[in-house]
Design a protein around this ligand. Sequence first.
Ligand SMILES: *Cc1c(COP(=O)(O)O)cnc(C)c1O
Length: 362
Amino acid sequence: MKYNRTFNFSAGPAMMPEPVLEEIRDEMMNYRGSGMCVMEMSHRSAVYQQIIDEAEADLRELMEIPDNYKVLFIQGGGTLQFAMVPMNLMKNGKAVYIETGAWSKKAIAEAKKYGEVVVAASSADKNFSYLPDCSDLDIPDDADYVYICENETIHGLTWNTLPNTKGHILVSDQSSMFLSRPCRVADYGLIWAGVQKNVGPAGMAVVIIREDLIRDDLASWVPTYLSYKTHADAGSLYNTPNCWAIYCCGKVFKYLKSIGGLQEMQKRNEAKAKVIYDFLDASSLFTGAVEKKDRSLMNIPFVTGDKELDAAVVAAAKAAGFDNLKGHKSVGGLRASVYNAMPIEGAEALVSFLKQFEAQHK
Ligand SMILES: *Cc1c(COP(=O)(O)O)cnc(C)c1O
């Protein structure tokens, strides 16, 4: 690789496309004749307004976001959305959550502070190694929404069929799969994503919300800043936003358009993940931790079945120049996160390393 960069398999923050980093570098000292770096720019300036407007327009084009949805750039990363969703969407004080791993568990714990949470399905019985059948859930009539984590970053699960919400609004945490494949926005009431997995620098979330869900009758205790209406009414410029992150995300949106959009991105992601899954399926040492039908294209957890050997392979991988392969402690073993910006060469290099390790440990 150019610049002596490493194949970074981190679950996040993660790799950015090199052409994007190069453009950012080229614009660092003087953004297009403005005489300033974007970091130094007023968020009320015309030049910055154009940056945020283009970022939104490019994202709308990429995801084909219908006109009756707002796109919001909100600070606080992904985690703040665990609270903002129930604060803003619980009208009846009740919501259905599907428990499929660490990130949906966090969402559930937070939502319980604001209302009643009905966990309608869970895969906790097998340490979140599969997705439960959600074709015929028991959903209370007065539930305000059904919530899923669409890609469980730690456990390595992805929803390939959305749950049957029986007419209720679907809310999805897409943090670790955002823009990794086409998405029919109209199937959701609200999609949110922390951006540092697949898009840009940490500290911000993109929220895509159907307009009729934006309320101005929230409880008086809801902080102004945590109301979606505040951000929607101000075009995500209620206060100084994360200008830098929005700028970088905008670059990634343009990059994705330039390579052929989300269909092309999905093709590349499938090819990349296949390199690793094919190896795991044929390996006598390593096994994938997730049922095949629910495997993530982005986060691939796998184990040897022996903790000491797992630790040895993580150490050997690091020495060989592959970074951040240690699995989360709740799953153990290893986890390769292969987000949009990981080139297929990274997956191939990892597999040839693992093959070699396997041959030496038979
Ligand atoms: C990383 C992640 C989050 C949390 O994002 P932060 O920006 O660190 O708060 C939430 N949900 C999922 C699925 C994630 O992968």
